[in-house]
Design a protein around this ligand. Structure first.
Ligand code: S3P
Length: 171
């Protein structure tokens, strides 16, 4: 049913640098739920960093792995799940999240995203050109799709506690 959103796994979606992992960890602690990170699960299973995975196996293989990992996690007991920025763009993953999870889009402006990504530039998608241009293009392509999430929360430049409180209020 659609009225059981408050008992479902909370799935954080949004562009890289939106704060899905750090906000997700805090949110989970505050709700007393386990925290899981889809990228991290793929890294553990493959014994490769996401960046190495892209280099060795390519993006298509990464998307396959991501889809499988998220499908498996959505069958586990309720938790907070941070997904990689591309996960929600996959129609199959999106449908699965709609059926089994409660999706939260952490929306942020380009400047905030850019600043956060530059702190630790290990994102394979940003290595292929001008990072700001790539991020802008990804925003144009993805924001209309992220907007399909059950809840949208602005993840500004401020303290993560504020964003966590906003998510809890919206649940
Ligand atoms: C990706 C985002 C990354 C990671 C991979 C691809 C994307 O995750 O899954 O580099 O397509 O936006 P984060 O959003 O956690 O950086």
């Amino acid at each position: 049913s659609v009225d059981d959103l408050d008992t479902r796994t909370i799935v954080l979606v949004g562009l890289m640098g939106a704060g899905k992992s750090s906000i997700g960890r805090r949110l989970a602690a505050q709700l007393g739920l386990p925290f899981k990170d889809a990228d991290h699960e793929i890294e553990t299973a493959s014994n490769l960093s996401v960046s190495e995975f892209f280099d060795i196996h390519g993006e298509a293989a990464f998307r396959d792995g991501e889809r499988k990992v998220i499908a498996r996690l959505l069958d586990e007991p309720r938790h907070v799940l941070a997904t990689g920025g591309g996960a929600f763009m996959d129609p199959e993953t999106r449908a699965l999240i709609a059926r089994k999870g409660c999706s939260i889009w952490l929306r942020a402006e380009l400047d905030v995203i850019y600043k956060r990504c530059m702190k630790r530039n290990n994102r394979p998608l940003l290595k292929t050109g001008n990072p700001k241009t790539i991020l802008k293009n990804l925003m144009d392509e993805r924001y209309p799709v992220y907007a399909e999430a059950d809840v949208t929360v602005d993840s500004g430049d401020g303290p993560h506690e504020i964003v966590v409180d906003k998510i809890i209020a919206a649940l």
